[in-house]
Each structure stands twice: as structure tokens, then as C-alpha cells.
Design a protein around this ligand. Sequence first.
Ligand SMILES: Nc1ncnc2c1ncn2[C@@H]1O[C@H](COP(=O)(O)OP(=O)(O)OP(=O)(O)O)[C@@H](O)[C@H]1O
Ligand SMILES: Cc1ncsc1CCO
Ligand SMILES: [Mg+2]
Length: 279
Amino acid sequence: MNIQQDIRTQMMETVKTVKKIKPMAGSITNTVTINFVANAQLAVGGSAAMVYLPDEGAAIAKAGSAMYINVGTMFPLYEESLPLTAKTLYENKKPWVLDPAAIGIGEMRTNMLMRFKEYKPSIIRGNASEIIALAGLWSLEGGTGKSKVRGVDSTDRVCDAEEAAAALARWTSGAVAVSGEVDFITDGSMSAYSYGGSVFMEKITGAGCSLGGVMAVYSAVASPFIAALTGAAIYNVAGKRAAKKAEGPGYFQIIFLDELYKASAADIAGHEFILKDMQ
Ligand SMILES: Nc1ncnc2c1ncn2[C@@H]1O[C@H](COP(=O)(O)OP(=O)(O)OP(=O)(O)O)[C@@H](O)[C@H]1O
Ligand SMILES: Cc1ncsc1CCO
Ligand SMILES: [Mg+2]
């Protein structure tokens, strides 16, 4: 079996296993898209639990199979919740996904993202600007000291974030997923480009946040690279199909959830992705 086929088989297994065993991936995530994240996690077959308090973050880190942390909206409480939860995940060897949303805004967010360096997230998911900025914050290759993030939106191209993504993945020994028109997923040695989706995904909020939540669900049953690639693939499939039925972002968001629910292992069999060896 060639590598592409082997990876595709693992992705299909990931989709099927999640639907069968319904792994729970808790979240501490932003208040803008928290509901959409939970709904997306349920749509692919996982189980969701959103928390805020320090002891609840630590408890859900231990009780769940994986976790999702998104720093999109900060509260003073998180100064305690976030490092404690990340430390608990790291010490208990639980996979976890970090979304460095809006990196560059405010001192507390920067401090929290700096603390996460030692707790090595299994998957880092962000748009191109966020990935470049995080590599910069962590003093890794491909990062810039000065963030070009405009709020939560990207001003960089996915292809410009490849070096930063690979450096972050090597540091964490995990995977990094850069989202955009084409998604780039890497574990620092093997990389993939995943095609599909829709421009409507830029016109709704939370496509990226919910993708991170779904990757967390998949990371409960697969390696970081396979989990990240499977998440990107299922989003590409569902986004492309939803766009055929929608005329604008409002209905797109609703129909996207339906397409996410319907997307199956068989759809992964026909999904377009290309592998690249980074070594
Ligand atoms: N122009 C596009 N064409 C196709 N798919 C896209 C496009 N832009 C984004 N996507 C898809 O949208 C999803 C989220 O990626 P995006 O880069 O918008 O994340 P984000 O900026 O972090 O989003 P948010 O912060 O609003 O949650 C991914 O599945 C990606 O493939
Ligand atoms: C719009 C927005 N603002 C803070 S978090 C968030 C959700 C998308 O990242
Ligand atoms: Mg985002």
C-alpha cells in the first residue's frame, strides 16, 4: 500500500471510530462561537463540554479523551484556568488542540500563549497569520516578532506559513494545521494540502474555531497528523457541498452543520489531498 492510500485508510478509520465511540473533548473556547464549536463536535459524532473555571478545566482535562483550548476572548479568570488546564493535559498525556485566535491582542493573551509552549499542544490550528505569529512568539523558525494578525483574520497566505507550521510541529512533536482556501497540515516531516471548502467559510464566524474542536474529537482516536488532516478533509467536503445549496452565509452556516453530520468515511475515500515530504 502506498503512503497516500495508507493515510486515507487511517482517516476513514478515524471518522468511523469517532461515530462509534463518541469521544468527549471538552473545551475552553471563545464566547463568540462556543455554541457552533459544540454543535460541530456533536455533528461528527463526538461529545462536547464547555467550561470556564480552573478546577473544571483540570477535571474535564482528566475526564475527557482530548481537549480544545481557544484564546479568542479572554477573561481574568482564564489567567488561572488556562495554564492549569494545559498543564493537566500535558502531565496526563491527553491530546489537546490550541487555537491561538487573535494572537497579538493584549498582554494576558500573549502571556497565556507563551505559557503553552512548555505544555506542547498536540495540534495547533490557526489561520496563516496566527501560525506565523505563534512561531514568532515561541522564537521558532518562520515566525515574525511582529504579528500581522488583523483581529482574528489572516493577512498572510497559507503558503507563507509553511515554515512556521513545520517549526511549531517539530517543537511540539505534534501537528499544525493552517487553514485557508487550501489547508496545509504538517507534522514537521510529512505535510498535506487539503482542497475544498467554500468562500462562505470566510463570511461566517467560527468555521476555524469549530474545526479546532472537531480536530480535538478526532485526536482522541488518531495521531495528531491524522486527526488534523481528517478534520480539514471533512470540513472541505462539507463546506463544498453546503455552498452548492446556499445563497449566503446565514443559510450556509445551517446547511454546513447538516453536511458535516452527513459526511462519512466513504466521502473521505473520494477527497482530494496531496502529500509532500518536508525532509
Ligand atoms: N477561501 C476559502 N475557500 C475555501 N475554504 C475556505 C476558505 N477560507 C477558509 N476556508 C475553510 O474554512 C475553515 C476555517 O478556516 P479559516 O481560515 O477561515 O479559519 P479562521 O480564520 O481561524 O476562522 P474563525 O476564526 O472565524 O473561526 C477551514 O476548513 C478552511 O478550509
Ligand atoms: C470574531 C471573534 N472575536 C474573538 S474570537 C472570534 C471568533 C473567531 O475567531
Ligand atoms: Mg480563528
